[in-house]
Design a protein around this ligand. Structure first.
Ligand code: PMT
Length: 210
């Protein structure tokens, strides 16, 4: 099967020296890519900037901004059987990019931000993706409720939800503890390394894909 997997953060530039980003290390997405490849699947990994090594045998495309990730996913989702969107894509980006470094003037600086394209939300409605679609949900409260709402609104087959208010799981940690939200049920795997959680998700995707 062909897997498309996104990972890592995006960077939304403000000026030549600065950008807006988040705490994603890429570990969860890279673990998914490694697990899918280990199971013998063809894998395209589209990633924002990370310090990780690409798992052997995985095809790789590095991007920087949400817009670049949107375009790459649009192009590579066409032949994929399973898409897993694990990247922590910026929801907002600066309206204007300053060609010159923004100078330190005044006590306050107000930044105007605009929405980035919703990649997961475009998979079915804009890109016409018909394969098995797995989204992630990074929440800090009511994790399962918000994840189920995302599952329905973005027409996913599975949402992998994690509580990113915890320091021992989620962003930039070795382990994760997730809730797998399906249209008809939820599963609660035990806290484990991201590599083991990834194997579990890939097994589900392989079995459940129509
Ligand atoms: O990278 P690590 O350090 O290992 O951390 C792992 C993780 C915490 C990043 C990962 O487990 C995780 O939760 N990834 C999703 C992060 C996120 O952006 O969640 P969200 O609830 O804001 O977004 C929901 C879904 O929409 C995600 O599938 C996301 O990829 C997608 N999205 C978000 C914004 C956007 N503009 N387009 C999108 O497609």
């Amino acid at each position: 099967m062909k897997f498309l997997i996104t990972a890592g953060p995006t960077r939304e530039p403000l000026d030549p020296a600065r950008y807006i980003t988040n705490r994603s290390s890429g570990r969860m997405g890279y673990a998914l890519a490694g697990a899918a490849r280990h199971e013998g699947h063809e894998v395209m990994l589209i990633s924002g900037p990370t310090h990780l090594d690409v798992p052997p045998g995985v095809d790789f495309l590095q991007v920087e901004t949400a817009q670049q990730m949107y375009e790459a996913v649009r192009d590579y989702s066409k032949g994929a059987d399973v898409a897993i969107l694990c990247a922590a894509v910026a929801d907002y980006r600066p309206v204007a990019y300053s060609e010159q470094k923004i100078k330190k003037v005044g006590e306050r600086l107000v930044l105007e931000l605009e929405r980035t394209p919703d990649i997961l939300g475009s998979m079915r409605s804009v890109f016409g993706f018909r394969g098995y679609l797995i989204g992630f949900a990074a929440e800090t409260q009511d994790v399962e409720t918000y994840a189920r709402e995302k599952l329905v609104r973005k027409q996913c087959d599975m949402i992998v939800a994690n509580d990113v208010s915890r320091s021992d799981i989620g962003f930039d940690s070795r382990d994760n503890e997730v809730v797998l939200v399906f249209p008809d049920r939820c599963e609660y795997p035990e806290k484990d390394t991201k590599e083991h959680i990834a194997m579990h998700i890939i097994e589900h995707a392989t079995i459940l894909r129509p």
